[in-house]
Design a protein around this ligand. Structure first.
Ligand code: C2E
Ligand code: SIN
Ligand code: SIN
Ligand code: FE
Length: 391
């Protein structure tokens, strides 16, 4: 920093740095709640005010919602369009700078009553998407020094244009993964796993074990999520296998096993040509989860790294869980024996780095097994049914 610069110049320079930092922070976050949190914290820092709330417009209810701290809890509050400052800004599409909230007739004291907060001054600006539609409102409250200035207003407008595109992306991302998950649930339950008594538990195990292994191997958060949600589809191709084979209560003949092997090809076909990363991964997993590291698996005899990593991971999770579960053709194994089997086959059936990761997180796997037999119901972890009503 130039030491001849005036305090004013220094202040501007700091603001520019904060803004640049803001842009890079918000573009990295794809989940809506943490994103809104980051935005609020950043705005408070940049504008030097006590509170910042981001209200998101919900078309369905024609209202704006925000998560606001009430005591120690974050509670969702809703403001109808046209009501209060926030509702007014959303309806008019114009920013407002209010030096004294309680003397403004548009101000609604409702939120202050709820939060026990005392609003003095407000700077609120609309959040617009690229096509100019209002997607929400930014509200900065109680500037520390004086009332908000015109410069603050300019900065908030700038921030809101950056934030709006990040929020749009996060909404898109969320919508995408919600619809993808729905597809997965549908597919997985249609497949019905006719060969297993407890479909839900098996799906959940595969999902949890695979994502734990992926995590232990140091995969990115995104890839861990992909493994978590794609792995339950690995045996979807079993829908194409006749009951006489799938449900046979004993050892399969060679011919029958040849038929059985086709579940990998059927699965790959069902999931072929998908556009999402998630379903593309699911397709590879379905196709290659019975390949073996030494090249002696099926359907293609792929070897080592030729086998997609996700499939090498699911292979360990699948065999471990199959061994631990009762099947029409076999009794269940003790988990310790199943673990030893995996480790013994490391380098033969399984990728040694996957087996090592499995070994590392084995205590957690045992814990999960315990939990699921205790009757936790949801098939796949990490999915909350809560809908913010954004769409
Ligand atoms: P699955 O029952 O889900 O088993 C998945 C994989 O776990 C098996 O793939 C195998 O690698 C491993 N596995 C399961 N049980 C045992 C076991 O008792 N010993 C050992 N060493 N490994 C075991 P695999 O062999 O390619 O089988 C694929 C699918 O074919 C099985 O899925 C199952 O649905 C069916 N299958 C395999 N063998 C038989 C059988 O003898 N009778 C019947 N009815 N189905 C079978
Ligand atoms: C309002 O929109 O009038 C309420 C402002 C606030 O959040 O305190
Ligand atoms: C086979 O029958 O060859 C597969 C072994 C098994 O899954 O028990
Ligand atoms: Fe399989």
């Amino acid at each position: 920093m130039n030491k001849n610069s005036t305090p004013r110049e220094r202040e501007l320079e700091i603001k520019m740095k904060l803004l640049a930092n803001f842009g890079s922070m918000v573009s990295k976050e794809t989940k809506i709640d943490p994103l809104l949190e980051i935005i609020a914290v950043q705005v408070k820092t940049i504008l030097g005010c006590d509170r910042c709330s981001v209200f998101i417009y919900d078309k369905k209810t024609n209202s704006l919602w925000s998560k606001i701290a009430i005591g120690l809890q974050h509670t969702e509050v809703r403001v109808p369009l046209g009501t209060g400052i926030v509702g007014h800004v959303a309806a008019s599409g114009m920013s407002v700078n209010i030096p004294n909230a309680y003397s403004d007739p548009r101000f609604s004291k409702e939120l202050d009553r709820l939060t026990g907060y005392s609003t003095k001054n407000i700077l609120a600006t609309p959040l617009k998407n690229i096509s100019g539609k209002i997607i929400g409102v930014f509200e900065a409250i109680n500037k520390f020094t004086r009332a908000f200035t015109d410069e603050d207003e300019g900065i908030l407008k700038l921030i809101s244009s950056l934030a709006a595109s990040a929020i749009e992306n996060a909404k898109l991302y969320q919508r995408l993964s919600e619809s993808q998950l729905e597809t997965i649930y549908r597919l997985a339950t249609t497949a019905e796993y006719r060969d297993q008594q407890d479909t839900a538990i098996h799906l959940r195990h595969i999902s949890e074990y695979s994502s734990l292994i992926a995590q232990s191997m140091g995969l990115t958060q995104e890839n861990i999520e992909i493994v978590r949600y794609a792995s339950p589809l690995h045996d979807i191709g079993k829908v194409g296998i006749a009951d006489a084979i799938l449900l046979k209560p004993g050892k399969l003949t060679d011919d029958e096993f040849e038929e059985m092997k086709k579940h990998t090809l059927y699965g790959a076909k069902i999931l072929a040509n998908a556009e999402s990363d998630l379903l593309r991964a699911a397709c590879k997993i379905a196709a290659s989860h019975h390949e073996k590291y030494n090249g002696k698996g099926y359907p293609n005899g792929l070897k080592g790294e030729e086998i997609p990593l996700f499939a090498r991971i699911v292979s360990v999770a699948d065999v471990f869980d199959a061994l631990c579960m009762k099947r029409v053709y076999k009794p269940k194994w003790d988990p310790k024996d199943a673990h030893d089997f995996i480790m013994k086959q490391s380098g033969n059936d399984f990728d040694p780095s996957v087996a090592t990761a499995f070994d590392r997180i084995f205590p957690e796997i045992l814990k999960l097994q315990q939990n699921t037999t205790d009757g936790r119901k949801s098939i796949i972890p990490g999915i909350s049914k809560k809908n913010n009503g954004m769409f």
